[in-house]
Design a protein around this ligand. Structure first.
Ligand SMILES: O=C(O)CCC(=O)C(=O)O
Length: 280
């Protein structure tokens, strides 16, 4: 038995490349995070503007609290071990009846990380259902290793480059990962996943948190940065980030800007054009 995942669930994650659902917080707490997200969004020109703020956990304490959520960290520790960095966060918001979708892809494709010991916790702040376009995954696809992707830069695609996996994915094999507010799914950095548009009357709001084991290294740039969220760093591969003392604290804004400029140079290496959504 792990800290929160049973041996069976841990074995299933290693076999299938995902574990879902995992309870991260109760529904009332998730609703409170949704209110904080929507208040910040209202003050900052909509979620689209916000999505440019990858690594929002360096600016907004509600996101910092999410990345430090003990239940999420316990579950990720069961998969990656006791030492954990948060390497990035990304907001995935699909408004009601919005055509936004996510093409089939493997996260590892452009991240430049040299080992697959990277887990995403995707935390639902509103219902993520088949109708609202929850994530779907191909079980076992993390065993495919890295597959080539093509950049579509498609307008309605929420991904950085509109990237899609350059092989036919058999939709019949796909498994949905529906989540209630306060639940999270966990997926492997090589798992092929996607999601359909939101056909529901509510928004589908998710915060994707990327956790990395400290022995992983950035190989697309000289250095990378991450926030140590549990345990120790025995490797020194990442510059240590600082959590914000308060929302939009001046020191945090300066640090966030410096780190994002570097991060974009990694994510957009070799791509022409600059799609709006930075998915890390
Ligand atoms: O929110 C979605 O539908 C897709 C999220 C995703 O691709 C990810 O978290 O890696």
């Amino acid at each position: 038995m792990g800290k929160v995942l049973s041996d069976e669930r841990i074995a299933a994650y290693h076999r299938d490349g995902y574990a879902s659902p995992v309870r991260a917080m109760d529904a009332a707490t998730a609703a409170a995070y949704r209110r904080r997200f929507e208040a910040y969004e209202a003050a900052n020109g909509g979620w689209y503007e916000l999505s440019k703020g990858a690594k929002l956990y360096l600016l907004q304490t509600w996101v910092t609290e999410l990345v430090l959520n003990p239940s999420i960290l316990d579950a990720v520790e069961d998969l990656l071990g006791p030492d954990l960095f948060c390497w990035g966060t990304s907001l995935f918001v699909k408004d009601a009846h919005n055509p936004g979708f996510v093409s089939w892809h493997q996260d590892a494709t452009y991240w430049g990380l040299d080992k697959p010991d990277v887990v995403t916790a995707w935390v639902a702040l509103s219902p993520a259902t088949e109708v609202s376009g929850c994530m779907k995954v191909i079980p076992g696809s993390h065993q495919w290793k890295q597959i080539a992707h093509r950049d579509t830069l498609a307008k309605e695609n929420l991904l950085t480059r509109g990237q899609e996996i350059a092989v036919d994915v058999n939709e019949d094999e796909a498994v949905l990962m529906p989540l209630q507010p306060g639940e999270a799914s966990l997926h492997h950095v090589l798992a092929a996943h996607a999601s359909e548009p939101n056909r529901s009357d509510d928004r589908r709001i998710g915060v994707a948190i990327r956790y990395v084991a400290p022995h992983v290294q950035q190989i697309n740039g000289d250095r990378d940065a991450a926030l140590l969220v549990r345990g120790e760093d025995r490797y020194g591969h990442f510059m240590h980030e600082k959590a914000p003392k308060a929302d939009m604290d001046a020191e945090a804004i300066a640090e966030h800007k410096r780190i994002l400029e570097f991060r974009q140079s990694v994510l957009y290496k070799g791509v022409a054009g600059q799609p709006a959504h930075i998915k890390v």
